[in-house]
Design a protein around this ligand. Structure first.
Ligand code: ATP
Length: 300
């Protein structure tokens, strides 16, 4: 069973703030979709509406063609990780999952399975309140996986995880997507999404900014240019004739309209020493900043 998530004209206001503003997009099965936006962009609010935890002011969001609340087996439809500290602090990890399983008609043996799956089997008797943030996060993932759902919705799942935990959750999401499930994961870090997602939905101030494959972002970010450092920038600039040259804040030259080999050849021919010569790429983080500039809630 594969289900897509479809938002149409989704809008939510908090007083004068349009937290989510006319969002239309589809999250397809079989890939990891990154939901990217700066702090306050509206990611959590959108995910809460997907799960029927908040009502839209207008528009709709459906999972497999109907609102989440209309599915008869919620945990068997969507596995959600919204708030890592959602478990009752006094309950053991095991008890927390058993309660969830019981109220959702999920066999108790599944609890052992998911505890194994998230690496918490050894900590199942510990109280949720005493777990580290990383372990709470794993317990949240265990709860999400209880019903073996075709759709996973994870809000900033790497928060609080150490590098091993981050790799674990990436692998887990990748695995589920490969099985044909629908995986939506939010983040405010482009660098994290670049390692995790196949497709990106980018929002800023509640509005859709981009909805395209990760590869397209990577290609655009790799705008060709050449970074050159030399003690004779003026002379080299004059010799480069047709190319457009800008000077970076640290004195390096950024040359467009030619390649590193050509710049090196000109410098060699005229005996200009270069201390650096490299093809320049815009970092992904810069590309994301450019994309969302003007949509930041707070700017420095
Ligand atoms: N319950 C609420 N009451 C009032 N305003 C809210 C509420 N929840 C969210 N907002 C506002 O709605 C906007 C979107 O918030 P949201 O938490 O959805 O963004 P986000 O992209 O998840 O951000 P973050 O990465 O910081 O979690 C923000 O301006 C936020 O201040």
């Amino acid at each position: 069973m594969s289900l897509r998530i479809e938002a149409k004209g989704l809008t939510k206001r908090y007083g004068a703030v349009r937290a989510v503003d006319d969002l239309t997009f589809t999250v397809e099965p079989g890939r990891v979709t990154g939901f990217l936006g700066p702090n306050g962009a509206g990611k959590t609010t959108t995910m809460r509406m997907m799960l029927g935890l908040d009502a839209p002011a207008s528009g709709t969001v459906t999972i497999g063609g109907r609102p989440f609340q209309n599915h008869r087996a919620p945990m068997g439809t969507v596995g959600a990780l919204l708030d890592a500290r959602a478990a009752h602090p006094g309950r053991t990890a095991y008890r927390h999952l058993v309660c969830l399983a019981e109220s959702n008609h999920i066999p108790a043996r599944r609890v052992r399975e998911v505890l194994e799956l998230v690496g918490l089997a050894g900590a199942s008797r510990r109280r949720a309140g005493g777990l580290s943030l990383g372990m709470s996060q794993r317990l949240g993932v265990a709860a999400a996986l209880l019903g073996d759902p075709p759709v996973l919705i994870f809000d900033e799942p790497v928060n609080g995880l150490d590098p091993e935990g981050i790799r674990w959750i990436r692998t887990l999401m990748r695995g589920y997507a490969t099985e044909g499930r629908t995986v939506l994961v939010s983040s405010h870090l482009m660098s994290e999404m670049a390692l995790t997602a196949d497709h990106l939905i980018v929002i800023g101030r509640g509005r859709l900014i981009a909805d395209r494959p990760l590869d397209d972002f990577l290609r655009d970010a790799a705008t060709p240019g050449v970074l050159v450092r030399t003690a004779e920038p003026e002379r080299l600039t004059a010799l480069l004739g047709g190319a457009s040259v800008e000077t970076a804040a640290d004195g390096a030259l950024i040359v467009h309209g030619t390649d590193a080999a050509a710049v090196g050849a000109v410098a060699a021919r005229h005996g200009i020493a270069l201390s650096e010569l490299s093809p320049r790429r815009v970092s992904l983080e810069d590309a994301f900043m450019n994309l969302t500039a003007g949509s930041l809630e707070f700017t420095a």
